[in-house]
Design a protein around this ligand. Structure first.
Ligand code: F6P
Length: 342
């Protein structure tokens, strides 16, 4: 078979590990041939390819990002886009596709599968918010990066008797904030799943200072205070059609400074959480996803996505990838609350 591989959406540590596993097993075990599509769905849409063989995947396991490039191109939002993809795939002699991506990329894969394009999906997002899989690769790396930042911020916060607000990624789900906050010993953790009372946060901050320690507040970028405490975050699209959130961390540290009289600083971790080398956990998960994805292609089991269930890699219908956003259950948040302000 001649198989196309693409990576779409925001990049994520572990993408190259998936590509490597797909190609290595695909060539060595099954004797398939590969074509790399550049920049997500833009690749098949515009016929942008690059060679993808064993030589091209050598040495990429520890590299962050994606050797194929990525984009948020959605062919269903472009006039004639789907027909163009189908005709390019025929012209390039592509028998099947492996699409590695999050909600949007796999949403496109789901619709293409319904139009008889042979595709297998691999889930990715540092946010860990895809319902069909217990974990996505990239999440563990992001949590470790945020944890290390929090570890470092404790000492500088304490030396200067300041509040440190750390804003982490997570527009709709607070998994990174929850895990990094727990692992880093944060004193307050704020998630998009539950609107927070800024006065209550100020009380936690004051309590922490009373214990002679400086507070670390971890806030997910999508977290919001109670209605009436702040105008809703700006969620307009930027010039590239991406959602830009409005800096909850900065707002929070200014509010806490005003309410507690203690100096506060904000650190926005941003894309540092997505860059660089994947953790061992993410390399193993990404590799296992890749190995199982190429098995599915080889067996002709299309319209499926690989997923982690407990410690097993399973196949689920592609449509499940986008069915449900996996947010933090309230019990998980309550568990962490015991540390707030202490
Ligand atoms: O991959 C999801 C995510 O990491 C979100 O947590 C974040 O809001 C978003 O990507 C930012 O992506 P970009 O800057 O690429 O638009």
């Amino acid at each position: 078979m001649r198989i196309g591989v693409l990576t779409g959406g925001g990049d994520c540590p572990g993408l190259n590990a998936v590509i490597r596993a797909v190609v290595r097993k695909g060539v060595d075990t099954y004797g398939h041939e590969f074509v790399g599509f550049r920049d997500g769905w833009r690749g098949p849409l515009e016929g942008l390819t690059r060679p993808l063989g064993v030589a091209e995947v050598r040495g990429i396991l520890p590299r962050g990002g994606t050797i194929l490039g990525s984009s948020r191109t959605n062919p269903f939002k472009i006039d004639g886009g789907v027909e163009q993809i189908k005709s390019n795939l025929t012209e390039l002699g592509i028998d099947a596709l492996v699409a590695i991506g999050g909600e949007d990329t796999l949403g496109v894969a789901t619709k293409l599968d319904e139009l008889d394009v042979k595709v297998v999906g691999v889930p990715k997002t540092i946010d860990n918010d895809l319902g069909a899989t217990d974990y996505t690769f990239g999440f563990d790396t992001a949590v470790n990066i945020a944890m290390e930042a929090i570890d470092r911020l404790h000492t500088t916060a304490e030396s200067h008797h300041r509040t440190l607000v750390v804003e982490v990624m997570g527009r709709h789900a607070g998994w990174i904030a929850l895990h990094a906050g727990l692992a880093g010993g944060a004193n307050v953790i704020l998630l998009p799943e539950r609107n927070f009372d800024v006065d209550q946060v100020a009380t936690y901050v004051e309590k922490r200072f009373q214990h002679q320690y400086a507070p670390i507040v971890v806030v997910a970028e999508g977290a919001q205070p109670l209605e009436g405490q702040m105008v809703t975050q700006n969620q307009e699209l930027d010039a590239f059609g991406h959602v830009r959130l409005g800096g909850i961390g900065q707002w929070l540290s200014e509010s806490l400074e005003a309410k507690t009289g203690k100096e506060a600083r904000t650190v926005v971790l941003g894309h540092i959480q997505r860059g660089g080398t994947p953790s061992a956990f993410d390399r193993v998960l990404a590799t296992r996803f890749g190995l199982h994805a190429i098995d599915a292609v080889h067996e002709g089991d299309f319209g499926k996505m690989v997923a982690l269930r407990s410690t097993d890699i399973v196949r689920v219908p592609l449509v499940e990838a986008t069915r449900e956003l996996k947010t933090v259950p309230i019990e998980r948040y309550t568990e962490a609350e015991v540390f707030f302000g202490s």
